[in-house]
Design a protein around this ligand. Structure first.
Ligand code: CA
Length: 507
């Protein structure tokens, strides 16, 4: 069904062709299988459950799915892999996964899987061998140091954005050596100074791309392949990884998690052509919570210019939340207007937006991590056969979140808001792939204004991030309203916007 053209009605009454801009600018939906949809009644989400919901993903308008880890692992989150060539039995079989892939591809939905190669699980057979002793053939798959030589550096000095652990060297319980594990002892770091290990990893990539047929990988903890004092080795590794994967599948999609600010993130682009934009996430929250109109627009312009200085060929994977962040609605003071505006900003700014499952129904959740990964609510509890029950939800319950089935019938629901915005983006080339330009005119402090421009389309977007109504000038030629949120009025070059209200205009 690639290339299938659909039509959606715009606010202006015109109708535009919906296009698939993935990977450059399409929407990717992040799914935690465990919590998504249970097909066999054991309370744990599974791959067949996802297959049942592919039409839903399509209806939402996403072009791709990123699966959090699906490989065997002892933990609920599965970021400590014990077998890189299999499916976790809770989630189903490799045949189930192949069926999911075929069904997704029929619907023109790409499939990207989490590949966790910075570390394995401590239960991986490689590590079980390696810990046996210095002579073991798998010893050099991991990073070891003699206890007494690392005593001084056993506790790291700086806590980073993506890790709050103090210990990086861990006692395997046998022998004289400690092993390095950036995150926790249960996740020993793999040793990329060892060419044999590298070949092993490339062969795993080949397995998923060639034998199974996934479209790409999300590379977890990409910044930590080598320690922070070896950034150049990190960049070089990913360039090699990319060339190896492209030799197998020339159009492979690789998106990396480099959890840091743009100066640290950007040099990874030559190896990882798509990178998550964490600055976007944090700045979006700050802009909305402090009612600082141009903060994000200016920041994003800086980021894009900075990336351009490294390479013109990059994909800016923008995020408003993910599985490591408190749920977006909680981050925005549980204010529904602010929340709807956050997605209006995400979907009208440049980039390739990622949407974390459940945000489209306004799921709630705060740390610990399990509680930002709670079960999706398909319908009311009495008849929700797909709802997972592996955890008792604390934040997302029938009392706090309206299930999808009910939201579908309400034109003002979060679900219909997300769906409309994604359709708006996918049917207006300037919103998907247009340049970002900031206005010269000064606006009131709470106003966020920018234009998105392609050769054939110009769009002007204005948001009022504040609680007080604003009245602002807009270029008169932008006289067609494509989309509006909240309370707005537009006539003769003037726009009035109420609390957390937005308007999208074209010529
Ligand atoms: Ca199940």
């Amino acid at each position: 069904m690639a290339g299938l053209a659909l039509s959606v009605a715009c606010t202006s009454g015109e109708s535009q062709e919906v296009k698939n801009y993935w990977p450059q600018a399409g929407v990717t939906y992040e799914i935690f299988v465990q919590s998504f949809n249970d097909s066999d009644g054991d309370g744990i989400g599974d791959l067949n459950g996802v297959t049942e919901k592919l039409d839903y993903v399509k209806e939402l308008g996403a072009n791709a799915i990123w699966f959090m880890p699906i490989m065997p692992s002892p933990s609920y989150h599965k970021y400590d892999v014990t077998d890189y060539r299999a499916i976790h039995p809770d989630y189903g079989t490799m045949e189930d996964f192949k069926n999911l892939l075929a069904e997704a591809h029929k619907r023109d939905i790409k499939i990207v899987i989490d590949l966790i190669i910075n570390h394995s699980g401590s239960g991986h057979p490689w590590f079980e061998e390696a810990r046996k002793g210095r002579d073991n053939p798998y010893r050099d798959y991991y990073v070891w140091a003699q206890k007494d030589t690392i005593e001084a550096s056993i506790n790291k000095k700086v806590i980073t954005l993506d890790s709050d652990n103090i210990r990086q060297w861990h006692d395997p319980g046998v022998g004289e050596d400690f092993y390095y594990g950036f995150f926790i002892g249960g996740m020993p770091d793999l040793n990329y100074d060892n060419p044999k290990l590298r070949e092993e990893i490339y062969s795993i990539g080949k397995f998923w791309l060639e034998e199974i047929g996934v479209d790409g990988f999300r590379l977890d903890a990409a910044k930590h392949i080598f320690p922070d004092d070896r950034p150049l080795d990190n960049h070089a590794f990913w360039k090699e990884f990319r060339s190896k994967m492209e030799a197998i599948k020339p159009d492979v999609y690789l998106v990396g998690e480099v959890y840091d600010k743009k100066e640290i993130v950007a040099p990874f682009l030559p190896g990882l052509p798509a990178l998550f934009n964490f600055d976007f996430h944090y700045t979006l929250l700050e802009a909305l919570n402090t009612e600082d109109g141009m903060l994000l627009a200016k920041k994003q312009k800086e980021i894009l210019d900075f990336y351009q200085g490294i390479t013109p060929n990059f994909i800016d994977a923008t995020i408003s939340s993910n599985h490591d962040q408190p749920r977006l609605l909680n981050e925005l003071g549980s204010d529904p207007d602010r929340y709807k505006q956050a997605s209006a900003i995400l979907m009208t700014m440049p980039g390739a937006p990622y949407l974390y499952y459940g945000e489209e129904i306004g799921m709630l959740g705060l740390k610990p991590d399990e509680n930002i990964r709670e079960p999706f609510l398909w319908t009311t509890k009495d008849k929700d056969t797909g709802r997972t029950s592996w955890i008792d939800p604390v934040y997302t319950t029938d009392a706090t979140v309206t299930p999808l089935e009910i939201q579908k019938k309400d034109p003002n629901s979060y679900f219909n808001h997300y769906k409309n915005l994604i359709a708006l983006r996918n049917s207006n080339p300037a919103l998907a792939i247009g340049n970002l330009e900031l206005p010269i005119e000064e606006y009131p402090k709470t106003v966020m204004a920018y234009s998105r421009t392609t050769e054939n389309q110009q769009i002007f977007v204005i948001h009022n991030l504040g609680a007080e109504e604003v009245l602002v000038n807009v270029p008169e030629e932008f006289d067609v309203k494509l989309f509006a949120l909240g309370t707005s009025a537009h006539a003769e070059g003037k726009v009035k916007l109420g609390k957390n209200s937005s308007i999208v205009l074209s010529k």
